[in-house]
Write a protein that binds this ligand. Structure first.
Ligand SMILES: [Zn+2]
Length: 270
């Protein structure tokens, strides 16, 4: 006969097990996550913290979210390999800025470290890709799990915060998009679900007509569904106000895909 406390513990485990199953199901159905951050806060060394403190997204956050963001940036840096193509040493900026962009995009998610990416590889200029011999400013290679970017073009994308061109955001969205098709985690599945809703929305003749008439999104968005999501990302972060007023339902789908809070967006951009 088992002692009563052993039975009690067993009972509790069974309850927790079922509670977990229900939570997983609910999270997928209702598009939420029941927690997004453990109570741990890594810190950046001072030289990197200074770069973080100048990052506009970080400056907009409340102090609670600033601590979480710093933790995520520090953790992202510790998880990935950073390399310069020709062997030069990686600068603090090259560690911190891409990590900031990556974590800004996934700030609403629990899985924020891009499981299908191992290495960030920087080129000193646009480079030719072995796949098609064309010049690229960036390329994500999912089988090698490498994101290659021309460093000057990455910086250029960050420099103007409301031209809706942002190489880093664009590429990190490609990584998330790929993950959403190959992973079962709750964030990946939600992204996938909302992406399907967005595609369905695009089929609607009314929406299609408005997309053509307003020419709100740049032409490149209509290359294929992957480019559409990546371009949407740039507009979502850089012009949320205009995006929302022009295409409120698309905006809502995208916001849900990332579980992004209104307060993290910059609504002052006209
Ligand atoms: Zn692209």
């Amino acid at each position: 006969m088992l002692a009563p406390y052993v039975l009690g513990a067993l009972g509790l485990l069974i309850v927790l097990f079922f509670a977990q199953l229900i939570l997983i199901k609910l999270q997928r159905k209702k598009d939420f996550i029941w927690y997004r951050q453990m109570i741990v806060y890594k810190k950046l060394p001072l030289s990197r913290k200074r770069i973080l403190e100048n990052y506009p997204f970080y400056r907009r956050l409340s102090s609670k979210y600033q601590r979480q963001f710093e933790h995520r940036v520090a953790h992202f840096i510790s998880q990935k390999n950073f390399k310069n193509r020709y062997g030069e040493s990686v600068t603090d900026e090259q560690f911190v800025l891409p990590a900031c962009v990556a974590c800004e995009l996934t700030f609403g998610r629990r899985q924020y470290t891009y499981g299908m990416l191992d290495t960030l590889l920087f080129f000193p200029e646009p480079f030719t890709s072995p796949t098609n011999n064309a010049l690229h400013k960036a390329e994500y290679n999912p089988s090698a799990r490498v994101l290659a970017m021309s460093w000057p073009d990455f910086l250029q994308g960050m420099a103007d915060s409301n031209d809706n061109l942002h190489l880093g955001l664009h590429e990190f969205c490609h990584v998330l998009h790929f993950e959403s098709e190959h992973s079962t985690n709750v964030d990946a599945q939600r992204f996938h679900k909302q992406h399907q809703l967005i595609l369905r929305r695009l089929m609607d003749p009314e929406v299609k007509k408005r997309l053509d008439n307003t020419a709100f999104f740049r032409e490149y968005a209509f290359t294929n569904q992957y480019e559409f999501m990546a371009v949407l990302t740039e507009y979502f972060i850089e012009s949320p106000k205009q995006f929302k007023s022009n295409f409120p339902i698309l905006f809502k789908c995208y916001q849900t895909a990332l579980l992004y809070k209104d307060e993290w967006l910059d609504w002052t951009v006209e």
